[in-house]
Design a protein around this ligand. Structure first.
Ligand code: 9UX
Length: 69
């Protein structure tokens, strides 16, 4: 089964930001899809198994942004 988890990422202001966050999150183990709503900062991550929230947080930080929730 696929799981979807929605996070809020602070600080994204353009499509390059979206691309960076998408790229980093796509590299996290188990992630199969990432969608980002630039207007709201909502980031929905689809995965094949329960996500490691520490890895998600690290990926967002690596991209240069912060998890708002
Ligand atoms: Mo989106 Mo540019 O941040 O620094 S506005 S990549």
């Amino acid at each position: 089964p696929e799981l979807q988890t929605t996070y809020t990422v602070a600080g994204m202001t353009c499509q390059h930001c979206v691309a960076s966050v998408t790229e980093e999150l796509s590299e996290v183990d188990g992630v199969t899809d990432v969608t980002v709503d630039l207007a709201t900062g909502a980031v929905t991550v689809t995965s094949s198994a329960q996500l490691d929230d520490v890895a998600i947080k690290a990926a967002v930080t690596e991209a240069g942004y912060e998890l708002a929730s």
